[in-house]
Write a protein that binds this ligand. Structure first.
Ligand code: PLP
Length: 425
């Protein structure tokens, strides 16, 4: 089941959208098919991947983790070394390049924590496209460092004030914009979900991760026992798993946000949790954290990127068929994994990716020592300093923030920059 059949992965997926969105979705599907067979497009994508994103990313053997965990050989796919710090740039560059070839001048995107908005803003700056990012007003306030970075890349961040003023409202607003401007605009969806053809498009652009892993393992004679990735919407995991889905082996393991407990509102566990059910949200059928009336339930995770109510339809189907196993990782276990890999390997995982790290730590002993467990480190942890510092060094962090505010209030030379990057006097 490497691709959808008419937009469906068994019973999941589909294209449940208003009539006005059918034409842009059909056009996108036809153009995507065309360009994925166009040598010139694929050559340009390959060059950008190499010179701008920094591919291929390393497959790192982790000797100390291997010794300490006492089982499988531990390898880490370092997606966090990609430009902008995470795997999201793979999809953003692919879709923006496609949109440019389709003659679109304007890109819109939704973002929750800001990571997808940031990757899209960077891709638009690189390719010379106008970029508008919809972001819930609550998220804008919480994620100022990413808002600042998007603006540095020249994007316009539009705060969304409807509903709960978070990610799901930003998605609705982006869909509305696209329906109103389908000829000039392309909507870059950020994960392997949404109405068809987005789950197929996002998987294809992220599958560069899995293809590299496959080649790297073949070249080095690495026998894979298990592959572990974290699952928010599912883009890094499906891209990482994609070349292996149609085989019986290796084991494919998805780590969901287990948050702080099993109760409603304490986690974001769509596949392992008790509160999850089937439904249709944002144009696709899958498993969601919703109540009997289809209303979204609260979610919780220490990692903003996994704190989402839905899961991509292909992963929902692969979970149901048993090809992909799912496990929930608690916030506390993810933090322990951040510290374990930083201390023992000199590698700082993003909190999202640390869920995969923690799941790998748990299963390492189940895999024989002549086989590998490969962890997809979807992103690096620099971005999490505002979350990890208050946990690991609470008193010092509060002192630091107070001192920073005093320093800024005392400084008089705070400037604005114009569009050429020149600082105004
Ligand atoms: C956004 C994000 C995720 C979760 O998104 P997926 O679509 O499930 O990959 C995971 N890791 C990082 C670093 C992210 O930024």
């Amino acid at each position: 089941m490497a691709a959808s059949v008419d937009g469906f992965f068994n019973e999941y997926g589909g294209k449940y959208v208003a009539e006005v969105l059918r034409r842009p979705l059909d056009e996108l599907e036809a153009e995507f098919r065309r360009y994925m067979a166009d040598k010139d497009f694929l050559d340009e994508l390959e060059t950008i991947r190499r010179d701008y994103i920094g591919r291929e990313t390393p497959l790192y053997f982790a000797p100390t983790a291997t010794r300490l965990l006492g089982g499988a050989q531990i390898y880490i796919k370092l997606e966090g070394l990609a430009n902008t710090g995470a795997h999201k740039i793979n999809n953003a560059i692919g879709q923006c390049l496609l949109a440019k070839r389709m003659g679109k001048k304007r890109i819109i995107a939704e973002t929750g924590a800001g990571q997808h908005g940031l990757a899209t803003a960077a891709a638009c700056a690189k390719l010379g496209l106008e970029c508008v990012v919809y972001m819930g007003e609550v998220d804008v306030r919480r994620q100022q460092p990413n808002v600042a970075a998007m603006e540095l890349y020249g994007a316009t961040v539009r705060p969304v004030t409807s509903g709960s003023r978070t990610l799901k409202d930003a998605v609705n607003e982006a869909m509305r914009d696209w329906a109103a401007h389908p000829d000039s605009t392309h909507y870059v969806l950020g994960s392997a979900l949404g109405p068809a053809p987005f789950p197929d498009i996002v998987r294809e652009f992220q599958s560069v991760i899995g293809r590299e892993v496959k080649r790297q393992c073949e070249e080095r004679g690495i026998q894979i026992g298990a592959m572990v990735a974290c699952v928010g919407g599912g883009s890094n995991s499906i891209g990482f798993f994609s070349p292996f889905i149609d085989q019986k082996e290796p084991r494919l393991i998805g780590a969901e946000a287990g948050g702080v407990g099993d109760g409603i509102g304490q986690n974001a566990s769509r596949m392992t949790g008790t509160a999850s059910r089937e439904g249709i949200v944002h144009g696709y059928k899958s498993r969601f954290l919703i109540d009997e009336d289809g209303q979204s339930l609260p979610t919780r995770s220490i990692s903003a990127g996994l704190d989402y109510m839905g899961i991509g339809p292909q992963l929902a189907a692969l979970g149901k068929s048993g090809r992909v196993e799912f496990t929930a990782v608690r916030d506390k276990e993810a933090l322990e994994a951040v510290s374990f890999f930083a201390r023992n390997e000199g590698i700082l995982f993003a909190l999202e990716s640390a869920h995969a790290g923690a799941a790998a730590m748990k299963i390492a002993k189940q895999v024989p020592p002549d086989k590998a467990v490969i962890i997809n480190m979807s992103g690096r942890g620099d971005k999490d300093v505002f979350i990890t510092s208050p946990v690991f060094r609470p008193a010092e962090w509060v002192q630091f923030l107070h001192a920073e505010i005093e320093r800024l209030e005392a400084a008089k030379d705070i400037h604005d920059a114009d569009s050429m990057g020149r600082i105004k006097e």
